[in-house]
Design a binder for this molecule. Structure first.
Ligand code: AKG
Ligand code: FE2
Length: 411
């Protein structure tokens, strides 16, 4: 596939496919306060014949990922109609999944992967307090054996879902990694070939259909309004679709949370830990959380589609790039010239471990430990100062340690 060809999915009307009602985006909030202003990148400009246009694009990306660690991506090859069909399929899933499939495909996060169905009772296999969040997560086994691993109601649509993920990975993410490689002044395919995992429509990463249902006041009180703790994604890039229900928030440079505004059809791109480390801190892993929406959206359901792109599991990351134990090659001319940006969170921790002669976790270990030990926002025992929270300069922060790596994040 030529990386810049537009998405050309299988037909929704092929024989044997049940009718899927279309998805109607719910109304946008009237609230105007506490919204971030994000830069938007037009991915189609990467194909421009004019080198000045491409250079300007690289500069825009450089500024966006340094300033915000977050950007909107537009004109990436999927039309609004094609995107809404994928939301329609997610909506169809939650309207049609059987109780039997929910049981049979129940996730097992303690194994380090989210694979399968997440019940709306917290992020553990056993049921905790209600959180209103349902998910279905596709990893390599779901693509390889859909007849046993995917809810029956979605099986007629595997061609479309798989084509969508393949396009997002092999075209959108690949072009995005080209942009990021160019910012690091590396060959175009550097991140795609040396860091991105391959081998299925989602490589070692995963695709998610998520449904956030409105929650009772008790849940909101217990979680202090948080649906997902402040975190950074552990992989390379995360591609989220901008949605009308405003729950996603990012941590601004002024140390406040801001909602991500709705921009129809746009992709919201998160930088993951791997990219922060590989770039020697030049790229900032996006600190974000999922929070209660503004008052006029409290009773709305929120669908969210997300592709989590993962790095090769066996690699141990260092600034572009420490492969396995040895081989430190500061291959990036940008890093060679400007050095690393020492204040970044996870990058700094990985660097400190390496400086002490210790091995940093492999990418697989890094993602699996975080999934296996994920805690719930409603867990008032863990979410208290002295347990998973600390006071730093009068501010409450969430602090966890994974395999000798300390992670401190805004709550
Ligand atoms: O649904 C969203 O908008 C974000 C979810 C998220 O941050 C995550 O699952 O890592
Ligand atoms: Fe996330």
């Amino acid at each position: 596939m030529s990386p810049s060809a537009p998405f050309n999915p299988p037909s929704p009307t092929l024989a044997g496919k049940p009718f899927v009602p279309s998805w109607t985006p719910p109304p946008v909030t009237k609230e105007k306060h506490n919204f971030a202003e994000l830069k938007s990148i037009d991915l189609s400009l990467l194909d421009s014949e004019d080198p000045a246009v491409v250079n300007d694009l690289i500069q825009q990306v450089k500024v966006a990922i340094r300033d915000d660690g977050f950007l909107f991506l537009e004109n990436y090859g999927v039309s609004l109609e094609q995107l809404h069909r994928q939301f329609g399929l997610a909506q169809y899933l939650y309207n049609n999944i059987s109780e039997e499939d929910k049981q049979r495909l129940l996730f097992h996060p303690e194994t380090g992967v989210w694979s399968g169905y997440k019940h709306p009772y917290g992020f553990k296999r056993h049921r905790g307090p209600a959180d209103g969040i349902e998910q279905f997560n596709w990893y390599t086994p779901e693509w390889a054996s859909p007849s046993t691993r995917v809810p029956q109601c979605l099986q007629p649509f595997m061609d479309e879902i798989e084509a969508f993920c393949t396009y997002l990975t092999q075209s959108v993410n690949r072009r995005l990694l080209t942009l990021f490689s160019r910012v690091l002044e590396l060959p175009d395919d550097y991140l795609w070939e040396k860091v991105q995992s391959h081998g299925s429509p989602t490589g070692e990463g995963y695709f998610r259909h998520a449904l956030f249902r409105p929650v009772q006041k008790e849940t909101r009180d217990a979680s202090k309004g948080i649906k997902m703790h402040g975190h950074t994604d552990f992989g390379l890039t995360t591609l989220l679709f901008s949605v009308p229900i405003s729950c996603l928030q990012i941590w601004g440079r002024d140390e406040q949370w801001y909602y991500v505004p709705y921009r129809p059809g746009a992709l919201v791109v998160n930088i993951g830990d791997t990219l922060e480390i590989v770039s020697g801190g030049h790229f900032k892993a996006t600190r974000h959380r999922v929070f209660t929406p503004p008052a006029d959206q409290l009773e709305e359901e929120r669908l969210s589609l997300v592709l989590f792109n993962s790095s090769v599991g066996d690699l141990r990351m260092g600034p572009a790039l420490v492969r396995m134990k040895l081989m430190v090659c500061a291959e990036s001319p940008l890093i060679q010239r400007e050095g690393c940006i020492e204040e970044q969170g996870v990058y700094k921790e990985f660097r400190n471990l390496t400086a002490q002669g210790k091995l940093v976790p492999t990418n697989r270990e890094w993602r699996e430990i975080q999934i296996a030990t994920c805690t719930d926002p409603t867990d008032s025992v863990r979410n208290s100062v002295g347990a998973d929270q600390v006071l730093i300069e009068g501010k409450i922060m969430h602090q966890r340690e994974y395999m000798g790596v300390k992670v401190v994040l805004p709550v």
